[in-house]
Each structure stands twice: as C-alpha cells, then as structure tokens.
Design a protein around this ligand. Sequence first.
Ligand SMILES: Nc1nc2c(c(=O)[nH]1)N[C@@H](CN(C=O)c1ccc(C(=O)N[C@@H](CCC(=O)O)C(=O)O)cc1)CN2
Length: 299
Amino acid sequence: MATSIRTTEKNGENPLADRGRLMVHGEDRPGIVAAVSGLLSNHGANIVSLDQYSTDHSGGRFFQRTEFHLKGFAAQREQLEQELEETLRPLGMSWRLTEAQQLKRVAVFASKMDHCLLDLLWRERRGELGMTTTMVVSNHPDLAEEVRSFGVPFFHVPVTKENKPEAERKQVELVRDNVDVVVLARYMQILTGDFLDNVGVPVINIHHSFLPAFMGANPYLKAKERGVKLIGATAHYVTEDLDEGPIIEQDVERVSHADTVTDLVRKGADVERRVLARAVGWHCEDRVFRDGNSTVVFD
Ligand SMILES: Nc1nc2c(c(=O)[nH]1)N[C@@H](CN(C=O)c1ccc(C(=O)N[C@@H](CCC(=O)O)C(=O)O)cc1)CN2
C-alpha cells in the first residue's frame, strides 16, 4: 500500500484531531459572525479559519464556514450542538457541525471509462482527499479487478432501459445509510428523479464539457465540429435536469484546429480528472454551499 501523503505534525499528532467545522447559512442579518465567534470562543474553541459571504449589503443570503480547534471536541460535541441550536435557530440560521477527522464515505458510480474513477482512488490512497471510498457501483463488470486491487468493494448492477427501476432500487439499497455522497465518475446512465429522491445524499457528476456548452452526449465531437479553441470539464451536483445542476468547479484546456476528436478526448481526460478531484475534495471538506442552482465555494 503506498504511503499516504497525509502528514502528521512533527510531534506525531494528527492535525485533524479535535478539529471541528461549522457551516451556517440563512437570511443575512447583523450579528451572526459575532454570535458564532462568541459562542465558539466561550466554549474554549480556537478559530483557525473563517470564510463568510453575504449576497447583498443587507437582507441577502448569508454563508459562513468556520474551522476551529477544540481539545476534546468529540466529547463536547453534544453540548456544543445544543448551544448552537439555542443561539442560531432564533437568528433563523441553518447550521451543520462536522468533525474534520471523520472522512466522508463515498460511493463512486462508473461505467467503462476508468480515468476519473482510478484518479479518485489513487488520490484517496495518497491522502489527498478527505474521503473514504466505501464502494464502487458499475453498470459494467470491466473495472472490477482494478477497483478490488485498491481494496474497495465493487458491485456490478447491470442497467438497461427495461430494468432501470429495479437496477436503481438495488443501487439505492447499496448506498442508502452507507455513504455521505455519491460521485458519478463518467457514469453513463441518466439517474431518474426516483433515484435522486430516494438516495438521500448529494450526487456529484463530472461532465466532459465547459457547461453550459455542449450539454448531453458526445461533447468532444460537438466541440470539434464547432471548432473550439478551448475544451473543458464541469463538476456539478446532479438534478433530474441533465447537466443543469449547481456547478461546483470547472476548468479548461487550450486545443487547436490540428486536434482530432481523439486528441480532444485525451486532453479532456486530464481536465476531467483535476476538476472532479477538486470538486469532491471541496465537498468532502464541507467547503461547498448550495445556493439555489448555484454554489458558494470557500476553497
Ligand atoms: N439525472 C441526471 N443523471 C445524470 C446526469 C445529470 O446531470 N442528471 N449526468 C450524467 C452524465 N452524463 C454526462 O455527463 C450523461 C450520461 C449518460 C447519458 C445518456 O444519454 N445515457 C443513456 C444510456 C447510454 C448507455 O447506455 O450507454 C441513458 O441513460 O438513457 C447522457 C449524459 C449522469 N447521469
């Protein structure tokens, strides 16, 4: 097993121990930052980073992500949650508290293409992503051996137009209550509204174009036919409307007239990998807030 690059402090301590994250959002009003900072300070926590964004100078929407260190955080969590509820609920704020060392459990869905899936497994193994892949679910058997070589369970759930409802029921049964997020790593099946309603966790997809350009199938062929000078990739939350969910991350790569569709696919694979890794990493570190059909990302 390769050595993880997740470093420990010189004294051998785990830098994520006793590290908490507090995410707060709601209708903006004066005093929220002071209320959150005061509560954490009074509880003996030391704020190590704080990001905040308001959509307007007043009366807009408020988003805040705070990372803090609190010795014995896990043991004090229940008390802290009670204080947060008592303080933030009257301010109309929604909030979520997480422990940094509790890695997000991820189910990766894939089809036959391996580059995004294997990139995530490789980055996880190196400790680059705050996640643990608890399973891979695929509608094809092709990637089973490679996935199992990482020590990750692989479930082959064939999907056809005829069996899609039953196949999705099996997928939900595998995932529900066992993961915190589903990642579609070039998974080539459109998820139904029933699946999205029942899966119970966010779903992240990597689309191989710079959305909203070239939505749907075959974006590289469409890009070649259009004569583009840039290709791109987009990681987004999945909604029932194909490729129209809230965008988390995007990036582009220069191409030229001399590039064939095969060249675009090859160059695009590198963009897809880095965009998906950034998006999944930010989601797993609680850096992404959904704001209607957009996102606020404290990267
Ligand atoms: N409900 C959603 N499902 C999926 C989304 C989404 O945004 N909302 N993104 C896609 C990924 N994708 C492009 O990035 C995509 C995948 C598959 C298809 C498609 O036409 N699939 C056919 C079957 C193709 C096959 O069997 O090989 C289908 O499902 O009928 C279009 C776009 C993932 N899912």
